[in-house]
Design a protein around this ligand. Structure first.
Ligand code: ASP
Length: 340
């Protein structure tokens, strides 16, 4: 009898082990032939502050954008093209803090930062502090493809954009009442404190996209107007390869959004890739480690979207919300804004 119980217990242990191994193997196998994830910024995004009309506006635009990238991937296009075209849709919308809807600086200007990275070649391009380039993500891509550099800034970046024939606009194109009013609110609240809740709630709306294509190539891109009331030529994490954007076919593609200073110090996007590469963590585990532990421990907040080489998609954030959407090869669409 004792022998029988022992045998039963051993076979139970073996089958449990088999199941858990199967679970891990499953994650390490192709989940989706191609996948795409987008974000429209993380921050104080609460249902109680959002009207049904606003919700619909955001959802519609997120869906429009991700479907553009999905279409490219479905037709066998590259993840780089999917990322660039998808971000363009979000940059052209006044809803997000990128391109048209960029936030205002202390000097009442709009200064854009953007970057893109190719996981196959580890080539990357970025631009910072531009004021007249309509789509900063096009500039980032042009820096990657047609310059010998990785990052261009300010006037020089604008000259390069002009030479490349990119669309140039008058700075007034970037005016939106919403962003201008946000600046006035932050300026007023800063009369009482250098950093307070108004300022904390004022930084979201950055956009980003990560994708895996049918060829197995990963790409990531990010675009932003930065933080309301920024000054002194402040540059955030969005154009910094390894902080705001990173892609490597060996591991994953990541785009960040949040309090940029902390994402730079935490080298967030690269750290997630490195945890997978050096420690063998899954994408989900790596993202949780960085976004739920390391960044809050430093005092920062925000989130990331990411996809790994198997098509696993992750959206991790430690704020009350993050505008986000995913699509897999079956065409399943998910759109989210709030924590749950
Ligand atoms: N990370 C951006 C920055 O610090 C802001 C954001 O994501 O909302 O410039």
């Amino acid at each position: 009898m004792k022998k029988l119980i022992l045998l039963a217990a051993i076979s139970l242990m073996v089958s449990c082990k088999k199941n858990s191994t199967a679970k891990i193997d499953n994650i390490q196998q192709k989940q989706s032939q191609f996948s795409i994830v987008i974000h429209g910024g993380a921050g104080t995004i609460l249902k109680k502050n959002m009207s049904p009309e606003q919700e619909t506006l955001y959802k519609t635009k997120l869906e429009e954008a991700i479907r553009v990238g999905y279409g490219i991937l479905k037709n066998g296009g590259s993840s780089l093209d999917a990322v660039q075209k998808t971000i363009t849709i979000l940059e052209d919308s006044p809803l997000f803090n990128a391109g048209k809807g960029a936030v205002f600086t202390n000097a009442e200007t709009n200064e854009h930062d953007a970057s893109i990275m190719d996981g196959e070649t580890l080539k990357a391009g970025a631009s910072a502090g531009t004021t007249i380039v309509k789509n900063p993500i096009h500039l980032a891509r042009a820096v990657m493809e047609y310059s010998p550099h990785v990052m261009l800034s300010g006037k020089g970046a604008e000259t390069f954009a002009q030479e490349q024939g990119l669309e140039i606009v008058d700075p007034s194109y970037f005016y939106t009442e919403k962003s201008y009013n946000a600046l006035q609110r932050v300026k007023n609240s800063q009369k009482t404190a250098f950093y307070n809740e108004e300022i904390k709630g004022s930084k979201f709306g950055t956009v980003g996209c990560v994708a895996l294509d049918k060829q197995g190539n990963l790409a990531a891109g990010t675009s932003t107007g930065g933080m309301t009331n920024k000054r002194w030529g402040r540059i955030g994490d969005a154009p910094i390869i390894g902080a705001g954007t990173y892609a490597n076919n060996k591991t994953c593609a990541v785009s960040s959004t949040g309090w940029g200073e902390f994402f730079i110090r935490g080298v967030v996007a690269y750290d997630i890739s490195a945890l997978m590469d050096y420690k063998g963590l899954s994408l989900k585990e790596a993202a949780q480690e960085v976004i739920q532990k390391k960044i809050p421990e430093l005092g920062g907040d925000g989130g990331i979207i990411a996809v790994d080489k198997y098509g696993n998609m992750v959206m991790e954030f430690n704020t009350s919300g993050m505008f986000r959407a995913t699509m897999n090869d079956k065409g399943d669409l998910f759109i989210g804004m709030y924590k749950d």
